[in-house]
Design a protein around this ligand. Structure first.
Ligand code: DX5
Ligand code: ZN
Length: 225
């Protein structure tokens, strides 16, 4: 499997999201990562289904919706109807995670589970065969522009080993503090979907930044193989 680049629009100009997405797509973005925050599970507030619905009209790649909210079950259907192709929920936010994962899949959407930095890899053990992907947070969720937590690299290897031993080929996504300097390392550690916000949209040329990140990621996967 190749490596997918998922630019996070959290770092983009919200008054010009269509332009930001178009630039990232020209640079080879494979997904567009949408960070949904509720001011409860994380301290920040961002966007909801109406914005996802508008983005859906302009994107050409799948929308990857990362729910950093309490009680995500209440909103899954709305995000699916708005056009999400992938929905991920935090293991720390959900009581009946098996049910939630099945509910996402029943809507025809790929289901992901997310691990905060303080949550051990084995938290997904019982769901390893059910999930479509696992998202490893390499910063504490809530804000863009934070520093990558180095321990995340070995966490990626642990999650990969756990999925492999369950017979799952579900890809692992990494989110937080990824840039041109560390992308090769996270890919070598097993990440196959890479979220990047600041490293793309806090540059003068998001198209070029996307292209360069993708080249670095693909270079690393070739070496790792
Ligand atoms: C953080 C979000 C991330 C964020 C990443 O809570 O989940 O997707 O946008 O931003 P950077 O790449 O700047 O760390
Ligand atoms: Zn995210």
């Amino acid at each position: 499997m190749s490596v997918l680049i998922a630019p996070s629009i959290l770092a983009a100009d919200f008054a010009a999201l269509g332009d930001a997405i178009a630039a990232a797509e020209r640079g080879g973005a494979d997904l567009i990562h949408v960070d949904v925050m509720d001011g409860h599970f994380v301290p920040n507030l961002t966007i909801g289904p109406p914005v996802v619905k508008s983005l859906k009209r302009v994107v050409t790649v799948p929308l990857d919706v990362h729910l950093m909210i309490e009680e995500p079950d209440r909103y899954i259907e709305a995000f699916a109807e708005a056009g999400a192709a992938m929905i991920s929920v935090h293991v720390e936010a959900v009581t009946h995670l098996h049910r939630t994962v099945q509910a996402i899949k029943a809507l025809g959407v790929k289901a992901g589970v997310v691990l905060n930095p303080a949550t051990p890899a084995f938290a997904i053990q019982e769901l390893a065969a059910d999930v479509d992907f696992v998202l490893v947070m390499s910063v504490n969720p809530g804000f863009g522009g934070q520093t990558f937590i180095p321990r995340s690299e070995s966490k990626l290897r642990e999650v990969r080993a756990l999925l492999d031993s369950a017979g799952s080929s579900a890809p692992i996504e990494i989110d937080g503090g990824v840039d041109q300097h560390n992308i090769a390392r996270v890919v070598a550690a097993g990440a196959r979907m890479v979220v990047a916000g600041s490293a793309i949209f806090n540059t003068a040329d998001p198209e070029r930044a996307t292209r360069e990140l993708k080249a670095a990621a693909l270079g690393a996967v070739t070496v790792a193989r």
